[in-house]
Design a protein around this ligand. Structure first.
Ligand SMILES: [Zn+2]
Length: 173
């Protein structure tokens, strides 16, 4: 059994201790992510390893995985957006230190305030969240309709069937 997850973490101390944090956090309560979502249902799976690298930089490596409930920006219907993020954070105590980090790291600036594990995970999701999520083409009703319209506009189309009858049929399914 793993111990319960802390709400706040000290990344410097966790790095020195080579700690691993694994678990789930709820999407609900992620206030900066929420405006991009249809609902805040769901969880984020995370696996984060804190360590000190060869150059003595305290760092966090790992991955996040979730399914977000969003609106497809092409058909405006609900969709599940699978989202994965690879995490590579360099833990620093000042902006100057952040600027010296190797480019492989995103800075995680820690100060006197404790670091919220949930907010840290939310930050990483915001980095990979698409601006306008859309269904994969075959699954998007708006995309299928557009393809139908394009087919109807083809001048060499054979037959004189009413194209709207075809469309109506497809809409029923
Ligand atoms: Zn769609």
């Amino acid at each position: 059994m793993s111990s319960p997850l802390p709400e706040y973490i000290d990344p410097l101390r966790l790095a020195d201790a080579r700690a691993v944090l694994q678990g789930q956090v709820a999407v609900s309560g992620m206030a900066r992510l929420a405006p991009s979502l249809r609902s805040t249902q769901g969880v984020v799976d995370f696996d984060l390893a804190f360590s000190v690298d060869m150059e003595g930089i305290r760092c966090v490596h790992g991955s996040l995985s979730t399914q977000l409930d969003v609106i497809c920006q092409r058909c405006m219907q609900p969709m599940e957006l699978p989202l994965e993020a690879q995490v590579a954070l360099g833990v620093v105590v000042s902006m100057q230190e952040a600027e010296r980090l190797p480019s492989a790291y995103e800075p995680l600036v820690v100060g006197a305030e404790p670091v919220s594990l949930k907010e840290m995970i939310e930050d990483e999701l915001l980095l990979v969240l698409p601006v306008a999520p859309i269904h994969p083409e075959q699954q998007c009703p708006a995309w299928r309709e557009r393809i139908l319209e394009e087919e109807q506009e083809e001048p060499a189309q054979e037959g004189k069937k009413n194209p709207f009858a075809v469309l109506a049929q497809l809409k029923k399914t």
